[in-house]
Design a protein around this ligand. Structure first.
Ligand code: CMC
Length: 380
């Protein structure tokens, strides 16, 4: 193929690869809408399961649709003993994202009928993935501590139950409320790397468990979902608010990126970072301060005059780790929690991709050697 006229766009920046009606972002104004609803309004008034329904099926559910959806998710939260036993064989030192990716992929073994054109199969896959991912994360957490996973509790809401399964005790309702809002905020964000990965995998017409497993693998990287862990490591390193100024200056000199800052879409502060900051403050007011928050605020104040002109501001990952820390969640579970939420967006894109599918097969500009002859081993 003659590729001389192709223009390379590394990272596909600014190249539309699909049409989508799921999520709209105005990166200049800092607006984010799911199916036309402002993120601020959803975070204030909706629940994660209602938002997931909206994203996946396109409209807010009626009362009975929501009750059925919640009931179905509740019914499918348990894991097969085979999945639990498989997870017990995972190394306790492994990253929970790897455990999640493997466990999510394993669901394809149990529900192997690839009937993606059957609405019942699609509905059941949606329910299973939303229901079981939190249970998998909680199970791995307990298994690596040497405990047996505990069963979900039917009297608890989606978020309360996850915190209960993770920590082995029922949490304050404020903790569950804040956690549920975090899930709403992370549920969808148009064609980010993991969603693109989900759509590419979906375009091959494979099963939804493979779609979600490939997205989980993509989310794990530090330039994407993994940044929330690195933010806490960075704030740990800075230690005190008075060190923030020199840290920023050194980072700019050495071209080190400030984790939790910058976004391909947003050129202003991410609207989700603003809501997460308020949620963090709500938790600190109730459960006590976190000194690390003072470091984060100081770092933001020092960074904006230096990076703001380039459109680099806090993103969703900047304050989310501080919220999760206050909820007592270990650092390496921050990205798996992102996955609990983002599975809603991935599934919405999976359905949309199947609605007008064409397999993804981009081009490349070849830069390798000209045709040449094979050289025998003893002549190389
Ligand atoms: N700190 C300092 N400088 C930065 C940062 C940052 N966090 N982000 C971008 N820049 C600079 C970068 O050095 C470059 O400068 P120059 O033009 O002088 O070389 C310019 O801004 C463009 O950066 P880029 O990396 O080419 O921009 P991108 O659109 O490809 O990357 C990004 C976006 C999110 C990967 C990047 O901002 C980054 O690496 N941020 C830190 C990691 C992070 O917080 N990731 C979470 C992203 S939001 C949630 C998610 O997607 O999961």
């Amino acid at each position: 193929m003659d590729t001389s006229k192709l223009i390379l766009k590394p990272g596909l920046e600014g190249i539309p690869v699909t049409q989508s009606s799921i999520c709209d972002i105005d990166g200049q104004k800092g607006h984010l809408l799911y199916r036309g609803y402002q993120i601020e309004e959803l975070a204030q008034k909706s629940s994660f399961l209602e938002t997931a329904f909206l994203l996946i099926w396109g409209e807010l559910p009626t009362t009975s649709e929501l009750r059925n959806f919640e009931a179905e998710v509740q019914m499918h939260r348990r894991l097969s003993f085979r999945v639990r036993d498989m997870m017990k064989c995972f190394p306790a030192s492994g990253h929970p994202m790897d455990a999640l990716q493997s466990s999510a992929a394993s669901l394809g073994l149990f529900y192997s009928r690839r009937a993606i054109d059957d609405p019942k199969y699609v509905y059941n896959a949606v329910i299973r993935l939303i229901a079981k991912i939190p249970t998998m994360i909680a199970a791995f957490q307990l298994i690596r501590k040497g405990h047996d996973p505990i069963q979900p509790r039917d009297d608890l809401s989606y978020s309360s139950n996850f915190l209960y399964m993770l920590t082995e005790k029922e949490q304050d309702p404020l903790a569950a409320k804040v956690f549920d809002k975090c899930l709403i905020l992370h549920a969808e964000h148009s064609l980010n790397a993991s969603t693109f990965s989900a759509r590419v995998t979906a375009s091959t017409l494979t099963d939804p468990y493979a779609v979600v497993a490939s997205a989980v693998g993509t989310l794990a990287g530090p330039l994407h979902g993994g940044a929330n862990e690195d933010v806490i490591a960075m704030l740990d390193e800075i230690k005190l608010p008075e060190n923030a100024k020199s840290f920023i200056k050194d980072s700019i000199l050495t071209k080190r990126k400030i984790m939790g800052f910058g976004h391909r879409e947003y050129k202003v502060k991410d609207p989700r970072a603003m809501i997460l900051q308020q949620l963090a403050e709500e938790l600190f007011d109730r459960f006590g301060k976190d000194e690390m928050y003072e470091v984060a605020k100081q770092l933001e104040e020092e960074a904006i005059p230096l990076l703001g002109a380039k459109g680099i501001f806090p993103n969703v990952d900047y304050y989310s780790g501080l919220v999760y820390r206050k909820l007592g969640i270990p650092r390496d579970l921050f990205t798996p929690i992102f996955a609990i939420s983002r599975v809603a967006g991935w599934l919405a894109h999976w359905r949309e991709q199947l609605g007008a599918n064409r397999i993804f097969r981009p081009s490349q500009i070849y830069t390798g050697s000209k045709p040449r002859s094979w050289v025998p081993l003893d002549e190389r």
